[in-house]
Design a protein around this ligand. Structure first.
Ligand SMILES: *[C@@H]1O[C@H](CO)[C@@H](O)[C@H](O)[C@H]1NC(C)=O
Ligand SMILES: *[C@@H]1O[C@H](CO)[C@@H](O)[C@H](O)[C@H]1NC(C)=O
Ligand SMILES: *[C@@H]1O[C@H](CO)[C@@H](O)[C@H](O)[C@H]1NC(C)=O
Length: 328
């Protein structure tokens, strides 16, 4: 019997690899670049899925709260879908702010709220992916809206913040999981996801955000160009998720001829007998195997990078982020 917990994003593993083969978008230098001398971000607000979630998804829904998640950082399972730091943590480090607290834990926040908040939930999408179990991105943005109405954060806080919006592929996975869908149907569904993500970015701008990083794909280009044009103080920037994954996987071996990740598609943590990484059977026996050195693996589990994997991904876009946000 498989684990009773859902493994989120349960769709993404098989999806990621097949997705590369039918969407091919090339980087173009259309991202808006203006200098804002004097701008120093003080907070980071995060929306999205398991690539950005640092502890919102309930323990009953995700293996991210089970051993061996979190072994590299923070040293025990704490809700990240990795052995250690993930995208959110690397973006926070770049901005020189502390990685924000997960929204679900804000009661314990106190002073930590000054770093912003992380509203991302593993498994979520712009649309509902699991009925009402997970807040979609509109609902996540609604949480921030509510906090602003209650004066926990102000428009001027948002003006001195960076917003990270991360959408991997749960909408597409949920769409295919309905069954009977062809690749043609999927192609036709993609624009509605991109439009909704664009609408979400616009809402974030209306709340007062002037700096945003969207991690999805370059189909957002037009929307983002328009948002940047609408408000000349805006720098919204897109990172092409699929390109950054392919770059890392293709740069293997790296330029020094050294293998960066020995077997890049083989996860470090592999479930057994139908269980996922982190699964235990009814007797409490571990139903997974973990590699000896997570640093040597790109994937941690079947759909999420290791900390080393995320670091490699971060290095693919760090310099363009520096160019877009010229405050460094
Ligand atoms: C987000 O979720 C809420 C609550 O389930 C729902 O009413 C709303 O339509 C959803 N938004 C989108 C864009 O799917
Ligand atoms: C936002 O911050 C910039 C400086 O970075 C300032 O010029 C602008 O007036 C601020 N806008 C609001 C609405 O606070
Ligand atoms: C940019 O904004 C100006 C008004 O501020 C408008 O006249 C122009 O058409 C816009 N350009 C685009 C490409 O949206």
């Amino acid at each position: 019997m498989a684990s009773t917990k859902l493994f989120l994003p349960f769709f993404y593993g098989c999806f990621l690899l097949s997705f590369f083969s039918y969407i091919c978008i090339h980087a173009s230098p259309l991202n808006h670049q203006i200098s804002h001398p004097g701008f120093r971000p003080t907070k980071l607000f995060v929306f999205g899925d398991s690539y950005a979630d640092t502890g919102n998804l309930r323990k009953s829904l995700g293996n991210s709260w089970n051993q061996p998640y979190g072994t590299t950082f923070p040293g025990k399972p704490a809700g990240r879908f990795s052995d250690g730091r993930i995208l959110t943590d690397f973006i926070a480090k770049f901005l020189e702010v502390k990685s924000p607290l997960a929204y679900e834990w804000m009661e314990m926040g106190g002073k930590k709220l000054k770093n912003g908040l992380n509203f991302a939930y593993g498994g979520s999408g712009v649309f509902n992916t699991l009925g009402d179990l997970l807040p979609n991105m509109s609902t996540q943005i609604g949480f921030l809206d509510k906090l602003m109405q209650n004066s926990v954060y102000t428009k001027s806080d948002l003006n001195s913040s960076v917003v990270l919006v991360c959408l991997s592929g749960n909408d597409y996975g949920a769409f295919l999981a309905q069954g009977g869908k062809t690749m043609q149907d999927l192609q036709e569904f993609i624009p509605s996801v991109v439009n909704q993500l664009g609408a979400n970015l616009k809402r974030v701008q209306q709340l007062g955000a002037t700096k945003a990083v969207a991690y999805h794909n370059l189909l957002l280009q037009q929307t983002v160009a328009k948002l940047n044009n609408d408000s000349q103080t805006s720098t919204f920037f897109i990172i092409d998720l699929y390109a950054s994954f392919t770059t890392v996987l293709n740069q293997n071996p790296d330029y020094q001829g050294k293998l960066r990740f020995e077997t890049p598609l083989k996860p470090c943590c592999i479930g057994m007998n139908g269980y996922f990484c982190g699964g235990v059977d009814q007797k409490g026996e571990k139903m997974y195997r973990v590699c000896s050195d997570p640093k040597s693996a790109f994937f941690w589990d079947s759909s999420h990078p290791t900390e080393a994997g995320w670091h490699a991904i971060y290095t693919t876009f760090k310099s363009s982020l520096q160019q877009a946000f010229k405050f460094y």
